[in-house]
Design a protein around this ligand. Sequence first.
Ligand SMILES: N[C@H](CCC[C@H](N)C(=O)O)C(=O)O
Length: 279
Amino acid sequence: MRAAFHKMHGLGNDFVVVDERDRSLDLTPRRIAALMDRKRGIGADQFVTLSRPDIQAEDGNADVNVRFFNPDGGEAGACGNASRCVAALLARESDARSFTLRTQAGLLAARVHGAGEQGEARVTVDMGRPQLDWRAVPLAQKADTLRLPLAGEPAALSMGNPHVTFFVDDIAASSAGPEIEVHELFPQRVNAGFARIDAPDRMRLRVWERGAGFTLACGSGACAAVVNAARRGLGERRMTVEADGGELLIEWAPDDHVLMTGPAAFAFEGVVDLEAFPR
Ligand SMILES: N[C@H](CCC[C@H](N)C(=O)O)C(=O)O
């Protein structure tokens, strides 16, 4: 079975996007992982599938259903950079510039500001409300998510996927990612962000992503880091987040929704023979 795909990225956090709106593809976790393999497959940080929304769904009509998968084959409830890319893709198909994406995290509103054919679009996604309760992160036991009982006293929350944020002085020294990802406190594992506050409205951030390792940028991680910084009184509710791959603008709005604005770029398109990859 041959499948068309779009290779896209948000600040270097890159994705293979496949479209199942017209036909289902024979995708298994093992095949998805193989397609993301940078040596054997197309190569990407995450794999994204689009499918037709169920118009009977009680939570309102979405333009598209979106699922996100990590290189280890695990599924993630949210992916900020990929959400911007999906909106930019939809903006190439019509004159519309506002879209509703149904993800595991819920319905996300996206607005595309100028979708260039090959250039970068600038997209704002409403990533919804952060979930601050320990059960929502989730944690394995009751704890104050503002200061977890771990070295470095990080803060934790869910953006539809689990995040923990360490506030550090030396970003380069942040090497605890792999251990934190699989720490027993996080039954669904966790994305570990290391944030250095440079000004009340500016931070530097690196994220060891669950199932992927350090990436050039992490959209949901940037949302988590800004909310956690504001909760701790370390930053304002609107901050520029400087990732390795570039900058995102994050605002924890007065209505408790987190708005993320940044680029979405088209790299190339292709067709892949899925049978060449193990089921
Ligand atoms: N590794 C993340 C998913 C991708 C998040 C990141 N790429 C983003 O832009 O939000 C997780 O397992 O929850």
